[in-house]
Ligand binder design. Structure first.
Ligand SMILES: Cc1cc2nc3c(=O)[nH]c(=O)nc-3n(C[C@H](O)[C@H](O)[C@H](O)COP(=O)(O)OP(=O)(O)OC[C@H]3O[C@@H](n4cnc5c(N)ncnc54)[C@H](O)[C@@H]3O)c2cc1C
Ligand code: SF4
Length: 474
């Protein structure tokens, strides 16, 4: 047994095999046959369940009739990051979960995989020609952050004729689509391909440019008529237990970031790994640690399995990867090895349901006295959710945040309490899915256009244009 965090526990070829996409592309015949199964429902529940309200029956019908480019157009018209969403959307909880075939006790239509079939085709065949941007209207919008929210807003505004600059602090654009998605769902290259087609619509992306450090907010305000905040969330929350800073303790996002490079010899891994937390990010961490060759991967969660926040199918994936679970278990310390060069164990305590307190609907757990025990591990991954970027957001004059640190916006336009700033994505909803961020970007594009021009435009997948709350001009 390896006793330290080491490089590659299994041959690289085996790791490559383990990280092959779990949902590979459909062939032409498979796609055509699957598309022909669709009932093309009127007022389709899948379209309603999709946060960007893609006209699902329309794009599937176009695949069935052989018009694959037209199908891609329907998708990208409602969701500019439709290729990423096809791979990473939790479809069982969204479009596929709503498919009427479920109620008929049939296999639901593979909407995500059909979406991927059409968008991959368009990427290969020249997606940029799908939309002809309006001539430049002489107005400029700055976007902070190049994740799903920023890219979506940029694509819609570029099509409307705006000059768009995205400022991105990381080396590569795409936000968590590029740096966070489990590698067996979507490889980094697929996210970057999608970024490049948005760039070819005329969007400029300045990477390695952190707003607040490399360029000031004041400079942005001078350069641009409006600014869209799409900064997402920040670092993983801390555990606040002894040993948290020992070598061998990783934040889930840093660990996944390393996996995304596919430089397997540099990705930290150990024979026994504990992952703390039970959300979707924790599942991504446990399943990827397993695929890197860890023998024992243990998910540690202070509540019971019933309260696990991860989607059910994500839990099933972790089970099928032989992940071990320690429910009602809270970490209390990370124990160093003999020479303090790494970790020997994770010390935990069992928890039990606490008596109902106050108005909280969530089951609360408290430690069971005298129940401490140790799990021998050489690596600990913290997956406790991300913190809000409060310190950055508070530097923007007049921006109101809610008590949880989310940016407050007018939902019809995504305009913030500072009229020059709009916001969307994880920094507004506190962290949901890529497709929710894409929808925020679209709503913000319509809101920005209205504030700048007074024109009420329709964009695919948005309700009729009505702003009950008057927008503030600037
Ligand atoms: C590990 C993990 C796995 C996930 N898996 C899935 C999944 O399978 N399916 C799914 O649908 N969703 C998934 N999500 C959620 C999804 O990634 C997010 O909801 C989505 O990326 C939010 O988009 P965003 O644009 O708001 O933020 P982000 O994608 O976080 O993008 C924000 C960008 O802003 C940049 N930025 C921040 N501050 C500054 C600054 N001051 N200057 C310049 N740039 C800045 C950041 O570097 C980043 O690139 C996952 C999330 C995590 C953490
Ligand atoms: S964007 Fe996501 S939720 Fe919407 S139809 Fe496509 S796969 Fe389904």
């Amino acid at each position: 047994m390896t006793t330290e965090v080491s490089k590659t526990l299994i041959p690289v070829e085996e790791i490559e095999r383990n990280f092959r996409e779990i949902e590979p592309a459909l062939s032409d015949t498979e796609a055509r046959l699957e598309a022909q199964r669709c009932l093309y429902c009127y007022d389709a529940p899948c379209t309603q369940a999709c946060p960007t309200h893609i006209d699902v029956p329309a794009f599937i019908k176009k695949i069935a009739s052989g018009n694959v480019m037209g199908s891609a157009r329907v998708i990208f018209n409602a969701n500019p990051i439709g290729a990423s969403c096809a791979r990473v959307c939790p479809v069982e909880a969204l479009c596929v979960g709503a498919c009427v075939e479920n109620t008929l006790m049939h296999q639901p239509i593979m909407i995500g995989r059909l979406q991927r079939y059409a968008t991959d085709h368009a990427m290969r065949e020249g997606a940029p020609q799908l939309f002809k941007p309006n001539p430049h209207n002489g107005k400029s919008v700055g976007i902070i952050g190049s994740g799903p929210a920023g890219l979506s807003c940029a694509a819609f505004l570029a099509r409307l004729g705006y000059q768009i600059t995205i400022y991105e602090q990381k080396e590569k654009a795409g936000g968590l689509d590029t740096y966070g998605m489990a590698e067996y769902k979507m490889a980094q290259i697929d996210s970057l391909t999608e970024v490049s087609w948005i760039e070819r619509m005329g969007v400029e992306i300045k990477c390695n440019t952190k707003v607040g450090t490399d360029v000031t907010l004041e400079e942005l305000e001078t350069r641009h008529e409006a600014i869209f905040l799409a900064v997402g969330l920040g670092a993983t929350s801390r555990l606040h237990i002894p040993g948290e800073d020992l070598p061998g303790v990783y934040e889930a996002l840093d660990f996944i970031d390393q996996v995304k490079t596919r430089q397997w010899e540099n990705v930290p891994i150990a024979t026994s790994v504990a992952v703390i937390g039970a959300g979707n990010t924790s599942v991504d961490a446990v399943t990827q640690a397993k695929r890197l060759g860890a023998e024992h991967v243990i998910m540690v969660y202070r509540r019971s399995q019933k309260e696990m926040p991860a989607y059910h199918y994500e839990y099933e994936l972790a089970k099928s990867d032989a992940v071990e679970f320690q429910w009602q278990t809270a970490p209390v310390a990370i124990i160093p090895n003999a020479d303090n060069s790494g970790i020997a164990a994770l010390r935990c305590v069992r928890t039990q349901l606490a008596p109902a307190a106050g108005k909280s609907k969530r089951a609360e757990y408290q430690p069971v006295p005298g129940s401490e025990f140790e799990i021998p591990v050489q690596m600990v991954i913290k997956a406790l959710g991300q913190q809000k970027r409060v310190s950055f957001l508070e530097t923007i004059p007049g921006i109101n945040l809610d008590p949880a640190g989310r940016v407050k916006v007018t939902p019809e336009s995504m305009q913030t309490s500072n009229p020059k700033y709009f916001a969307g994505g994880d920094c507004v909803n506190g962290g949901r899915e890529a497709v929710d961020a894409a929808q925020h970007g679209k709503i913000a594009a319509r809101g920005i256009h209205f504030v700048m021009t007074g024109e009420r435009i329709q964009l695919a997948g948005l309700d009729d244009f009505k702003f009950p709350i008057p927008l503030t001009g600037f």
